[in-house]
Design a protein around this ligand. Structure first.
Ligand code: 3SL
Length: 235
């Protein structure tokens, strides 16, 4: 039976061996939720960048540019990092490619390069990701983007929710990280929104008036798609 492990922060990735495994990169608030939403809204592909200047430069190549730093939309780009940027119709996104940089999520994607396959996970596509992993039948590491290297609740809860869906098909008992995430998920699931109100990033986003983003990003199984990061592009 393949195993499912969880890496609580990109800073811990050097302790994990991703070779021969599938990495599920998650940044519930909000990078991976926004990527899933962007593709569902008809964006052709997303190119993640670590640096803001690199991202901005893609405008000259015809990309829509999307960038966030410290929770806010960066200067000089088309979109921030809210999933609603792809849904509210203010910017025409269908048929466009997006260059994206965020504080933690795009960095976690690049740091997962050693994996056999890099899947973009969010609550919005939780079931689709679980089905995909069942089909692949390979060891999985959930890579939590965290916040500037720190543990965060929402990404860990995604890891717990994914482990709960895969308990019959994956070994979810050999890693203390997975056991802890499963316990956290069991505690939070009955009122996920209420539970997350205490989290640091929800408080940060609420202070930036991004209230509706958390409610949207914790919806489960909204989209039936599994974005994969390969050859520099997420499709
Ligand atoms: O750090 C990130 O990658 C972002 O998702 C953070 S924020 O939710 O856009 O503030």
């Amino acid at each position: 039976m393949p195993s499912l492990d969880i890496c609580f922060s990109p800073e811990l990735l050097p302790l994990y061996n991703l070779q021969g495994k599938v990495a599920v990169v998650v940044d519930v608030l909000r990078a991976t939720s926004s990527i899933v939403t962007a593709l569902a809204a008809g964006v052709t592909h997303v190119v993640p960048f670590s640096e803001l200047d690199e991202c901005r430069a893609q405008a000259a190549l015809g990309y829509l540019t999307a960038a966030e730093r410290d929770g806010r939309q960066a200067e000089g780009v088309d979109l921030g990092n809210s999933p609603f940027g792809y849904l509210d119709g203010q910017v025409a996104v269908a048929g466009r490619a997006v260059a994206l940089t965020t504080t933690n999520g795009t960095r976690a994607l690049h740091l997962s390069a050693a994996a056999d396959e890099i899947v973009v996970g969010a609550f919005l596509n939780l079931g689709a990701v679980a089905d995909h992993l069942r089909r692949l039948n390979q060891d999985v590491v959930v890579v939590c983007a965290g916040w500037k290297g720190l543990f965060c609740l929402e990404d860990t809860l995604f890891g717990g929710a994914l482990a709960a869906r895969l308990q019959a098909d994956f070994d979810t008992t050999s890693s203390d990280a997975t056991l802890a995430a499963l316990d956290l998920w069991a505690a939070a699931e009955p009122d996920l929104a209420g539970y997350l109100l205490r989290s640091a990033h929800v408080r940060r986003l609420n202070s930036l008036e991004a209230h509706q983003d958390m409610a949207f990003c914790i919806r489960q199984d909204e989209y039936d798609l599994v974005p994969v990061f390969k050859n520099g592009q997420i499709t």
